[in-house]
Design a binder for this molecule. Structure first.
Ligand SMILES: [Ca+2]
Ligand SMILES: [Ca+2]
Ligand SMILES: [Ca+2]
Length: 599
């Protein structure tokens, strides 16, 4: 017995000494993030597949043959696969929303399930499909014991679709603006007076919102009796805390005040709502020791909400002994629009944002349709972020996701005649950009196993465990002869091996994580894009990518002190051509990494 105790004590001591202080001290820019949807990763417990509910898929939400329903993945499954995730080089797991969801939504014939986690009813509980509080504690503890971090996906813009409107039973409710349907009248400017004394949502005080007593200024909201108390915490069940103006049209006023396809859009101007979410997500920090948040639909919430919420969360984490808590928002963008992203760091004061501009630029460049000048233009705008180019080092970068699809699918769409081998090379090129250029790489689960997908949203959310979805299993994966019909946790997959290698390279060279980035070469056509990553000690690493189908050569400017070069990847000239000038030669759809030294 004594021996066992001593052994346990030794294990405890060792794990604390190498892991615990280590990961808390690590800055966000030193992470490598792996983004996983828990439902689609690994089924560690089949007893929770129905989420504790009884009946068919329209009740339980469980149907592993349908891409829009729960498939059985859970927290126990994730715990069982941590070796796989860590082996890839990930240091942080971005966990898709884990909170209890409305199991099924949608009108007759259009139902789907909350397997993705974005239809929350109970913000304080783990969804029973994924496990329970003990599983969540075990998951976070297991991740932390490995010196890794947990980033939670959070939502404050909306809840599940629980509130309905009398005026549009069974049909979509078009948006009703604040001009056409002022807070001061019921059902339009000519309607009876209501909410006397309410000075509008721009006066964000408790006293003002106390005057907002009627919720039927635009539509007449109601909740079915069966769902009257379904939301947790209880304050969320009052319709007065929602905008109730109908569906978002994705632009203008409706982008902030409209319902996301029926999802109940919260009155985030109301200080009660702000405090409510500070309490909710603060509790997740306190209870589990979470290391950061990814904020869903951040652009659909007013800036003042974030100006209160973000510092409150950073303080809460600091008090909990988490000094490097990271917060990054989702500001979805269709184009390379840095101004929009940067605005949310500068005006809203969200500490960081997912780099959608990088994703869009890489898509254009790696598909070989645009010149590499797209990337050069992207980085010119780094100074727009709050904190400038230094802050851009902390932007989580990615190439595809669960909403707008995987990059491999985009490349295949852009180049319908390309062979799988060519698409694999282009995917590898994008991984190299993701890991070697500025920003914190985020790998979307399955990309490392050659998942492609048929499109956006549900079509990009394949299962890692053996799938039963026909429209996933009909597709050849890149770099392997298997399909999603079998489990894909293969560390020998060429993409997994490449990413693991890139992760090691990044971890062994601090300038690839924190180094200032100087763009060195680009063109208006596919070809070379080169940049230097320069550490605080002046040491330089040149990274050069070739997006064309021919070998490309470029004579680039380097630091005068970089006289000789060491090859880290590919083939590098041994010496500078002259002080301040270096020749890079990059094979088709490939890249080189060259470390400069004084001698
Ligand atoms: Ca399960
Ligand atoms: Ca609704
Ligand atoms: Ca909103």
């Amino acid at each position: 017995m004594r021996r066992t105790h001593a052994w346990l004590a030794l294990c405890l001591f060792t794990s604390i000494s190498w892991a615990a202080p280590d990961f808390r001290a690590r800055a966000p820019e030193d992470e490598i993030v792996y983004f996983v949807l828990p439902d689609r990763f690994e089924n560690g417990d089949t007893s929770n597949d129905n989420g504790g509910l009884e009946g068919g898929r329209l009740t339980t939400g469980f149907d592993p043959t349908h891409k829009g329903f729960y498939h059985g993945g859970d927290l126990k499954g994730l715990i069982a696969r941590l070796d796989y995730i860590q082996g890839l080089g990930a240091t942080a797991i971005w966990l898709g929303p884990i909170y209890k969801n409305k199991p099924v939504q949608g009108g007759p014939g259009h139902e789907s399930a909350g397997y993705h986690g974005y239809w929350i009813t109970d913000f304080l509980s783990v969804d029973p499909h994924f496990g329970n509080e003990a599983d969540m504690k075990a998951f976070v503890a297991a991740v932390h014991a490995r010196g890794m971090k947990v980033y939670l996906d959070i939502i404050t813009n909306h809840t599940a679709d629980v509130i309905q409107y009398r005026e549009c039973m069974g049909v979509a409710c078009p948006y009703r603006s604040k001009g056409d349907y002022p807070y001061s009248r019921k059902g339009g400017a000519q309607g009876p007076a209501i909410n006397a004394g309410f000075a509008g949502d721009g006066v964000r005080t408790a006293a003002n919102f106390a005057q907002l007593t009627h919720d039927d200024f635009a539509y007449t909201p109601f909740v079915a009796p069966s769902e009257a108390n379904v939301k947790v915490p209880a304050w969320l069940n009052s319709t007065i805390y929602y905008h109730n103006r109908g569906n978002s049209e994705w632009w203008g006023e409706s982008s902030l005040f409209g319902d996301f396809v029926g999802l109940d859009d919260l009155m985030t101007e109301n200080p009660r709502v702000v405090q409510g979410f500070i309490d909710i997500y603060g509790e997740w920090i306190d209870r589990y020791g979470i290391d950061g948040f990814r904020i869903d639909t951040a652009r659909h919430v007013n800036p003042e909400f974030w100006q209160s919420f973000a510092p409150a969360m950073l303080n809460r984490a600091r008090t909990r002994g988490i000094p490097n808590f990271h917060i990054f928002g989702e500001v979805a963008a269709e184009s390379v629009d840095v101004a929009q992203l940067a605005r949310h760091t500068r005006v809203d004061k969200i500490p960081s944002v997912l780099d959608f501009a990088f994703a869009r630029a890489v898509e254009k460049v790696v598909a070989g349709k645009d010149g590499t000048d797209v990337l050069a233009r992207l980085y010119q705008d780094d100074g727009l972020y709050e904190g400038g180019a230094q802050a851009a080092l902390r932007l989580p970068t990615f190439t595809g996701n669960h909403d707008f699809g995987r990059l491999a699918w985009m490349i295949r769409t852009a180049r319908p005649g390309a062979s799988d081998e060519e698409i694999l090379k282009r995917a590898m090129l994008s991984n190299a950009m993701l890991f070697l250029l500025r920003g914190v790489p985020v790998v979307y689960y399955g990309d490392e196993q050659g998942f492609v997908g048929h499109g956006i949203d549900q079509d990009s959310r394949q299962d890692m465990f053996a799938s039963r979805v026909a429209s996933y299993n009909d597709q050849a994966l890149l770099g392997t002869s298997t399909t999603t019909a079998v489990a894909n946790f293969n560390p020998q997959h060429p993409l997994y091996a490449q990413i693991a290698g890139l992760a090691k390279l990044r971890q062994s060279h601090v300038s690839l994580r924190r180094g200032r980035q100087v763009v060195r070469a680009f063109a208006r056509t596919p070809g070379v894009f080169a940049a230097s990553r320069i550490g605080s000690d002046g040491r330089e690493i040149v990274v050069a990518f070739n997006t064309s189908m021919e070998t490309s050569v470029a004579q680039i400017e380097v630091e005068p002190n970089s006289k000789v070069f060491r090859t880290l990847r590919g083939g590098c000239a041994a010496k500078a051509s002259a002080p301040g000038s270096f020749r890079v030669e990059v094979p088709p759809l490939s890249f080189v990494v060259c470390e400069g030294m004084a001698q």
